[in-house]
Write a protein that binds this ligand. Structure first.
Ligand code: CA
Length: 397
């Protein structure tokens, strides 16, 4: 249930009508384009056309002064919903939600220390799990935007080269180690020019908001292909995001300070008011029979590198970020085993299978398994919901 403290933005259609910008309160989707036509934002001097686009990008590009003013106005008018025409409301079940942002470039970070340690222990050397660079810079790679889809989109198990025993030649097969990665996506809300670096203490100005993100991964393809340039076909077959973008302003009450980093980072990564966001994150596995089991409970604050540091590092060489770019956090694993954000870690490379209530086990995902990631923040009577990202694995074709 989305509260008045949330007021996210998304793109919806009813039947086959045009796409429009919406928000949601409770389980009621609110047609913002219709409110604009009725004059609710007239004094804000915003072109009504931004609310009837295929994506949120033009709305986001208006800048935070305007988008926050729209959000505040929505909070005011939705506090008295009985004064609004019923024609602006739709039941959540009667609309279709779409990919809200046209993603330009997609970067995937690797910013949870526990995740990097776990993967380093399994794939490399348990004694030296973190590589020497890891605590000096937020490690990342450039991913692929074209295969990022919205919640509800299902996909076929990917195929590729596997080579579990490198004394033997590789073979072609559907992945046998299909996995998830629990991540948070940052939507960039302001562009920097080519050649311009973003100061770490101003980086939040460049964040429009956040979505839940699942970086689906084929571990066996990854193990064979990733040296020396990193993930490629193990990752780019499919990724998924939740349909509602939660503006960063909604998370202001949920900022939590974090301990200073050791070793001290270079000056361009040093933040004056270093903080993360306290957002609960849960992963559920639903079998074909419909049983839903919670397999992970983590938190957005389980990151070593903040999103501001990611942005400062991404642009320190003059690389330009654009409105609509997506930065994924990297798998968010906490210290406790139940907070590990991938099956790779939860089952420790398949050694410790998860027992499901129906008596079956999972090391990695089976066909027709559904993964649901949910997120929320709650404190002092304020609740911000992220909704969910839900996708089902279909058999390989
Ligand atoms: Ca990832």
């Amino acid at each position: 249930m989305f509260t008045i403290d949330t007021i996210p933005f998304g793109i919806f259609t009813v039947k086959n009508r045009r796409k429009k910008v919406a928000t949601i309160i409770g389980s009621q989707v609110v047609d913002i384009a219709a409110l604009a036509n009725l004059g609710y934002f007239k004094d804000l001097k915003i072109p009504k056309s931004v609310f009837t686009k295929e994506y949120l990008n033009e709305f986001i590009a208006l800048g935070k002064n305007k988008t926050n003013a729209v959000r505040t106005r929505l909070q005011e008018v939705l506090a008295q919903p009985q004064q609004l025409p019923t024609s602006v409301f739709y039941n959540e079940t009667d609309v279709q939600l779409h990919l809200p942002v046209k993603i330009g470039d997609y970067t995937d970070f690797y910013s949870s220390e526990q995740h990097a340690t776990n993967v380093g222990m399994m794939f490399r050397d348990p004694a030296n799990a973190l590589l020497p660079n890891w605590k000096h810079l937020p490690v990342a790679y450039h991913g692929r935007a074209s295969s990022i889809a919205v919640s509800g989109t299902n996909f076929h198990r990917p195929k590729g080269q596997l080579c579990p025993d490198e004394s033997q030649p590789p073979f072609f097969s559907p992945t046998k180690r299909l996995d998830i990665e629990l991540e948070m996506a940052t939507v960039i809300g302001k562009s920097n020019s080519l050649g311009e670096s973003v100061d770490v203490n101003e980086a939040e100005e460049y964040i429009f908001g956040f979505q839940l993100f699942n970086d689906w991964s084929a571990r066996d393809i990854q193990k064979w292909e990733y040296v020396p340039l990193g993930p490629f076909l193990a990752k780019n077959f499919f990724s998924s995001v939740s349909p509602w973008v939660i503006p960063i302003k909604a998370l202001a009450p949920f900022k939590v300070p974090v301990a200073p980093q050791t070793p001290t980072v270079l000056p361009y990564l040093q933040e004056e008011n270093r903080h993360l966001f306290d957002v609960e994150l849960e992963v559920y596995l639903q079998t074909a029979a419909g049983t839903e089991t919670k397999i992970c409970h983590s938190n957005f604050k389980n990151l070593y590198w903040s999103v501001s540091q990611q942005i400062a590092h991404h642009t320190v060489n003059g690389c330009n970020l654009n409105v609509g770019d997506l930065l994924a956090s990297g798998t968010i694993s906490g210290k406790e085993p139940e907070s590990f954000g991938s099956l790779l870690e939860l089952t420790w490379g398949g050694k410790n299978p998860i027992l499901l209530p129906d008596g079956t086990e999972r090391r990695f995902l089976e066909d027709y398994d559904t993964i649901i990631i949910r997120g929320y923040a709650e404190k002092d009577g304020i609740r911000v919901d992220f909704g969910e990202v839900r996708n089902t694995v279909l058999p390989a074709v």
